[in-house]
Design a protein around this ligand. Sequence first.
Ligand code: NAP
Length: 251
Amino acid sequence: MDFSGKVALVTGGSGDIGRTIAEALADAGADVAVSYIGEAARAGEVVEVLRKAGRRSYAVQLDQRDPKSIDDCVRSVIGHFGRIDILINNAGWNIGIPFGDLAALTPEIWDRVLETNLRGPFLLARGFGAELRRHKSGRIVNIATLAGIAPGGSSIAYAASKAALIHLTHCLAVALSPDVTVNCVAPGLVEGTRMAERVPDAVKQSARAQSVLGRTGSADDIAQMVVAYCRTDSVTGQTIVVDGGNPMGMH
Ligand SMILES: NC(=O)c1ccc[n+]([C@@H]2O[C@H](COP(=O)([O-])OP(=O)(O)OC[C@H]3O[C@@H](n4cnc5c(N)ncnc54)[C@H](OP(=O)(O)O)[C@@H]3O)[C@@H](O)[C@H]2O)c1
């Protein structure tokens, strides 16, 4: 794919990894919308950086737990740019609940995690699907986690939601073929992020100890994998792990 004239939406572009993905897509030549749920100022900073780099960019408010907010976002992005070529389902939510503490994982928390991390990406793909298909070269990249492949991470609900997101990647790759490729990046712990702060300490220590490279996942490497998926024409339904080489993620 030649990125010039192409339009991307990075959900959660106000977040730590989303910002890096937005910058990498802009660097590759795309115009980029970034979504936020509450952190308008952080989203605004990202927009400024992308505009200074010579790209068109704007921030859109999105609560992907809310189907109406998703419909509004779809209308807003297509209204603003007149098209969309690339959807990066990066926004997510977690909370630290040790696996053994089943009682703490309430139905409300379960629903919040699953609605944000699984139903939201599906409804966004559904909402943007027709427009992504229109140019016959659409791209979706979902951001899952190593915890969606091997049991671990911030909570059982988070791990289950991301395991389902990985399989949603397979299902959408079939559903949207041949016009849209759908792929997934599964990061391990990314140090210094807001989300990593909500991961129990024991889980963080284990991620550090198990990475054979002696370092955990990098937001830059995640962003470069997203760009690579978007560039390719014959890769779909795939998941790549970016985690410093935890043997649990090696297939
Ligand atoms: N950080 C890690 O160690 C790590 C590891 C593996 C996978 N991941 C995955 O990488 C992705 C990005 O994580 P991150 O570390 O960049 O997290 P982050 O800094 O907490 O960013 C999360 C983003 O999602 C947005 N968001 C939260 N709830 C939302 C909702 N209901 N609707 C729409 N947007 C919502 C936030 O908006 P506001 O900024 O407005 O709050 C923010 O932009 C997530 O999918 C996460 O699961 C992260």
